[in-house]
Write a protein that binds this ligand. Structure first.
Ligand code: PGA
Length: 250
């Protein structure tokens, strides 16, 4: 399976810094079996599409609204993203859930809208720290996937990228061990298999949560880890390029 390395800049970088980072990414060498994506903040999406023209890098958004248009001040639609040349969109990130009250039911609607408009949803799931302590992580993630993706058939699910991001590992410097990641990724693939059979083998499942050049190799070597969703380390061109190289040798 082709690997994906996707950078999530979150709410970082100003215009000048964004252009500089995109310029550095343009020079990056990308192994043939790796798909690279980058998700800058909304104001820099058009610049990213322009700057990365002629490369294989897909520009992604960090969120979108579930409706196609309407009186939703401050929101951005999938049609707008598509019209810019954006190819993917992160959906259901734990920060959206925690700070903006996003539920899996809303996330399901967003995923449907993205697929209708030919954008790749990068669907994020993952347990919180207390749920891991209580050993409820498998049940929690199963529930998230059931609500967000339970409606989908094999054809739809093949277009979806799933990112397992244990909340306790995001931006904390704590990383899931390679074994913890593999166990959860295998669990997710099994859930998808139960739903859509062998189409599960085509669904790429990324790991996210303090994934850095020094731990990526071990994480990416797992059978069910098909790449990474990278926050902090995607803000540095050198670190991001190192992660892309690791995916290429996985
Ligand atoms: P991190 O963020 O790599 O900074 O932990 C990952 C994410 O939130 O996607």
């Amino acid at each position: 399976m082709r690997m994906i390395v996707a950078g999530n800049w979150k709410m970082h970088k100003d215009h000048t810094e964004a252009k500089a980072l995109l310029g550095a990414m343009k020079e990056m060498s990308i192994p043939s079996q790796v798909d690279v994506m980058v998700a800058p903040p909304f104001p820099f999406l058009a610049i990213a599409v322009e700057e990365l023209k002629g490369t294989s890098i897909t520009v992604a958004a960090q969120n979108c609204h579930e409706k196609e248009h309407g009186a939703f001040t401050g929101e951005v639609s999938a049609t707008m993203l598509r019209s810019l040349g954006v190819g993917a969109c992160i959906i259901g990130h734990s920060e959206r859930r925690q700070y903006f009250g996003e539920s899996d039911a809303i996330v399901a609607e967003k995923i449907k809208t993205l697929l209708q408009h030919g954008l790749i949803p990068i669907y994020c799931c993952g347990e919180r720290k207390e749920e891991r302590i209580e050993d409820r992580q498998f049940e929690v993630v199963a529930k998230q996937i059931q609500v967000a993706l339970g409606w989908a058939d094999g054809q739809a699910l093949r277009q979806v990228v799933i990112a397992y991001e244990p909340v306790w590992a995001i931006g904390t410097g704590l990383t899931a061990t390679a074994q913890q990641a593999q166990d959860m990724h295998a669990h997710i693939r099994q859930l998808v298999r139960t739903q859509v059979g062998d189409a599960a083998d085509a669904v790429r499942i990324l790991y996210g949560g303090s994934c850095k050049p020094d731990n990526a190799e071990e994480l990416f070597a797992n059978a069910d880890v098909d790449g990474g969703l990278i926050g902090g380390a995607s803000l540095d061109a050198g670190q991001f390029a190192a992660l892309v190289r690791s995916a290429g040798s996985a």
